[in-house]
Design a protein around this ligand. Sequence first.
Ligand SMILES: CC(C)(COP(=O)(O)OP(=O)(O)OC[C@H]1O[C@@H](n2cnc3c(N)ncnc32)[C@H](O)[C@@H]1OP(=O)(O)O)[C@@H](O)C(=O)NCCC(=O)NCCS
Length: 171
Amino acid sequence: MKKKQITLRPFETSDIKELHRWSNDPVSILMVGRIPQTFEQIAGQVEKKRRNADMLCAVVNEDHQLIGWVFLKDIEYEHGRAGIGILLAPEARGQGYGRIAMEAMIELGFNQLRLHKIYLTTRSMNEHAIALYKKIGFIVEGVLRKHAYVNGEYYDTYFMGLLESEWRQMQ
Ligand SMILES: CC(C)(COP(=O)(O)OP(=O)(O)OC[C@H]1O[C@@H](n2cnc3c(N)ncnc32)[C@H](O)[C@@H]1OP(=O)(O)O)[C@@H](O)C(=O)NCCC(=O)NCCS
């Protein structure tokens, strides 16, 4: 079996069509918490992120296929911190790509942008994502109680963080 490999490249306008498909997958709607959205709505979100100077990267696999995106958002250089987010194509999940894509983006944040902390939020029922984040080294720093409303129920949201020093220790 071929070794799983990814490269990060800039997320281009022509990639939005695929992002629209991934975003409307039922698991994405449940876990990332969006209602079904039109192409224009998704394009608007990308535009908003660009205006916010978020760093948007497309994830490309060893066969040169676009399989997801990963991004650093709300980058605050004064504090050396940024949020991170990821969404993979449904058919690319559960094969290890999420971990290597997150790790590549974290490395970029710590080694190129000189960040000292990367953080994220995730819903308590997203066991897959939480397992992945813990494996990478993120720690639950706080619980936002009953913060997300999904399918008629309120769920806690976890705030998770990773310090540069912790990351370096694990390398
Ligand atoms: C969450 C997501 C980015 C994870 O990426 P992925 O490539 O599917 O995850 P990986 O295959 O790298 O798995 C990482 C770890 O998650 C855990 N995991 C994998 N599949 C799992 C499952 N079905 N249930 C629970 N944990 C699971 C394992 O611990 C795995 O590590 P291991 O393979 O070393 O045992 C991806 O599934 C996705 O885009 N999901 C939909 C959107 C989403 O939830 N985004 C995050 C919002 S906070």
